[in-house]
Design a binder for this molecule. Structure first.
Ligand code: XMP
Length: 479
């Protein structure tokens, strides 16, 4: 038994000491962060893979703000894949499968496709999908003979400007501008169509500079998997849907079975980014890294709906967990994500200063327009449901999903490690992020840090006495 018992600190036990600062405005700080392999976010917030927090609507909204949403796994594989696809299709500057037509179709048919699909032009292709021309609405607008062949009205291939499928956003923009083009077909060396870039999509994409995007300008999205049953099939299907990050997520991640699962996923899907957790110690970080994880999630029991610490007696105060895990992750060259326990923007700044590359948040986003589920009215105020994924209700839902019949006796044998509750309505994700990120930027300015790297270097924590905690957190009620 460990006789020499060390201290453990939570976010509320400390403050960041204000330092000499050269930051003139909080808008001059950089909130970009690297979470794993080639995954860069423009701000350090990830929404939790919980069934009352993240499905496609949340993932789209948070990625538009520069963060990342992790679709939860408590649904059938097909549905989780469809949620990922909804995010990937919501914004892009490369259209993977552009609408097309054959040269032998007629103008009436072309007009019908254009009006049904709402596009202003069609690629004309042969049976092998080789590019033969483009037919735009301008080409057909004044054609009176609907039986005229597409071939006669299209702009032929030899007059078209095309690009390589791997073209960058900047180069595509240049080409569209220089040639005053609306559409830039992407073809490979054999002239087979591999995509289409339109000036409309590209300008819309540039306007949303803050969004977290992949190489094709699509929003980033993550999706969760477990370690039992069909998890490999789930991981493969999600990877096929081009999910950007897989999150292998179980309550106690420092186990042999999690390490074996990481190895199996990485063996099957070598190139897929895999974040695994949750752990709370440097040994946990090292072991999951050795098993093949590209990033590690840290947090045992700090979450708002968690009762793990009360029920099991196990857990680790979150600030200490983040600091200790960071000491290991820094040496290994990987990032850690601090999961759970964020009650305010100040906690995010503390977490990043302590070593996290990003924070994962559940409860603060569960009350937004974009979280799954309905609003509930109580005493004239609006609320939304929020439940721990180890709560009784979530446990029963999981069993139903697996077609496991539960009789009342069995339900009473479940030992929940989470609660089902409600959280107040908070508006939309954009509004919540603005407040949280605004607070983080101010916090960075207090620490004299223009980036998260500087924050980690400059930050000095001070521990609070009970009176200091009172002075810090017990304030007048807001009216
Ligand atoms: P917050 O504090 O942001 O925390 O609401 C979200 C995180 O809480 C974890 N989580 C749980 N932990 N029992 C637990 O011990 C549960 O039932 C439970 N559900 C969620 C999870 O890490 C999440 O990201």
């Amino acid at each position: 038994m460990n006789q020499d018992i060390p201290f453990g600190l939570s976010y509320s036990d400390v403050l960041l000491v204000p330092r000499r600062s050269r930051i003139e405005s909080r808008n001059s700080v950089n909130t970009a962060t690297h979470i794993a392999k080639d995954i860069e976010l423009n701000m350090p917030i990830i929404t939790a893979n919980m069934d009352t927090v993240t499905e496609s609507a949340m993932a789209i909204a948070i990625a538009r703000e520069g963060g990342l949403g992790i679709i939860h796994r408590f649904m059938e594989i097909e549905r989780e894949v469809a949620e990922v696809q909804k995010v990937k299709r919501s914004e892009a500057y490369v259209i993977d499968k552009p609408y097309s037509i054959s040269k032998d179709s007629n103008i009436d048919e072309a007009k019908e496709i254009m009006s049904k699909s709402g596009v202003s032009g069609l690629l004309v292709v042969d049976r092998l999908n080789r590019l033969l021309g483009i037919l735009s609405d301008r080409d057909v607008r004044f054609v009176t003979d609907g039986k005229m062949l597409v071939e006669e009205a299209m702009t032929p291939r030899k007059k078209l400007v095309v690009a390589d499928p791997k073209i960058t956003l900047g180069a595509a923009l240049k080409s569209l501008d220089k040639n005053r083009l609306e559409k830039l077909p992407l073809v490979d060396k054999r002239n087979i169509v591999r995509g289409l870039i339109t000036s409309k999509d590209i300008y819309r994409n540039i306007k949303s500079e803050r969004s977290a995007k992949d190489r094709k300008g699509r929003l980033l999205v993550g999706a969760a998997i477990g370690i039992k049953g069909d998890y490999i099939e789930r991981a493969k299907s999600l990877a096929k849907a081009e999910v950007d990050v897989l999150v292998l997520d179980v309550a106690h991640g420092h186990t042999e079975s999690v390490m074996n699962a990481i190895k199996k996923v990485k063996k099957e899907l070598t190139d897929t980014v895999l974040i695994a957790g949750n752990v709370a110690t440097p040994e946990g970080v090292e072991d999951l890294f050795s098993a093949g994880a590209d990033g590690i999630k840290v947090g045992i029991g700090p979450g708002a709906a968690c009762t793990t610490r009360r029920v099991t007696g196990a857990g680790m105060p979150q600030l200490t967990a983040v600091m200790e895990c960071y000491s290991a992750s820094k040496k290994l060259g990987i990032s850690i994500i601090a999961d759970g326990g964020i009650k305010d923007s100040g906690d995010i700044t503390k977490s990043l200063a302590a070593g996290a590359a990003a924070v994962m948040i559940g409860s603060l986003f569960a009350g937004t327009d974009e979280s799954p589920g309905f609003f509930i009215r109580r005493d004239g105020a609006k609320f939304k449901a929020y439940r721990g994924m180890a709560s009784l209700g979530a446990n029963i839902s999981k069993k139903k999903l697996d077609n496991i019949h539960i009789d009342p006796d069995e339900a009473s044998q479940i030992v929940p490690e989470g609660v089902e509750s409600v959280v107040p309505y908070r508006g939309n994700v954009k509004e919540v992020v603005e407040q949280l990120l605004g607070g983080v930027k101010s916090g960075m300015s207090y620490c004299g840090a223009a980036s998260f790297d500087e924050l980690k270097k400059n930050a000095r924590f001070i521990r609070l006495t009970q009176n200091a905690a009172k002075e810090s957190y017990e304030k007048l009620r807001e009216y």
